[in-house]
Design a protein around this ligand. Structure first.
Ligand code: PRP
Length: 206
């Protein structure tokens, strides 16, 4: 669906209804795999984008669980290609012996998740799984296991539901595909009137 006022700059890729449904399905899968009440899984959310998804997911999970957060930053562009990252904020809890689920909003090149899987495995969890709401497989540089995938998406730039453009647009409730990224780069306000103005065309029928 094209967003009025933005021309063809962006369109809804995944609607709120689709997100709600998939979150419930993913939650059901995770509950099935973590029914043992003696083991409380730790969901590790990687700041910042995944926190929006995490908030919905944990409320759909009717099992006892804990959440913890990490913040990481890539080094310079050259190092980025090697997947070398710096931990800005580490987990608060010890994950040794725990069942850990890494929650990501998007897996793109796979470098971040590869790093996280390695770094967290070294801490001797009982199990380690990854959940990626979006899997942009076409961009993968390193193959990396993702035990739970929300949606496989094509190679398009996305914003909304936690994902940003220059720190903005994370609070758009649906996921938009930015069809003309250079245009948005030239005019970062491009989506504002459409997604935050009223009425929002994509929501008019809800
Ligand atoms: C996104 C996402 C992953 C990473 C995936 O984070 O949350 O952590 O990129 O990309 P990769 O597979 O190419 O490594 P981002 O760096 O955009 O940070 P943010 O969540 O704070 O926006």
């Amino acid at each position: 669906m094209t967003q009025g006022g933005t021309g063809a700059a962006a369109e809804v890729l995944i609607s709120v209804a689709q997100l709600e449904l998939r979150v419930r399905e993913l939650a059901a899968e995770i509950v099935d795999d973590h029914r043992d009440g003696n083991r409380i899984p730790v969901l590790v959310s990687v700041l910042k984008g995944s926190t929006f998804f995490l908030a919905d997911l944990v409320r759909a999970l009717d099992i006892d669980l804990e959440v913890d957060f990490m913040s990481i930053s890539s080094y310079a562009a050259t190092a980025q290609q090697s997947g070398v990252v710096r931990i800005i904020k580490d987990l608060e809890g010890d994950i040794a012996g725990r069942d850990v689920i890494v929650v990501e909003d998007i897996v793109d090149t796979g470098l971040t998740l590869t790093y996280l899987r390695k770094a967290l495995t070294e801490r001797a969890p009982r199990s380690l799984k990854a959940l990626g709401l979006l899997d942009k497989r076409a961009r993968r540089i390193v193959p990396v296991p993702i035990e739970y995938v929300g949606f496989e998406i094509p190679d398009v730039f996305v914003v909304g539901y936690g994902m940003d453009f220059m720190g903005r647009y994370r609070n758009i409730p649906e996921i938009l595909a930015v069809r003309d990224l250079p245009r948005l780069a030239n005019a970062p306000d491009l989506l504002v009137d459409t997604v935050f103005g009223a009425p929002f065309p994509a929501r008019a029928g809800e």
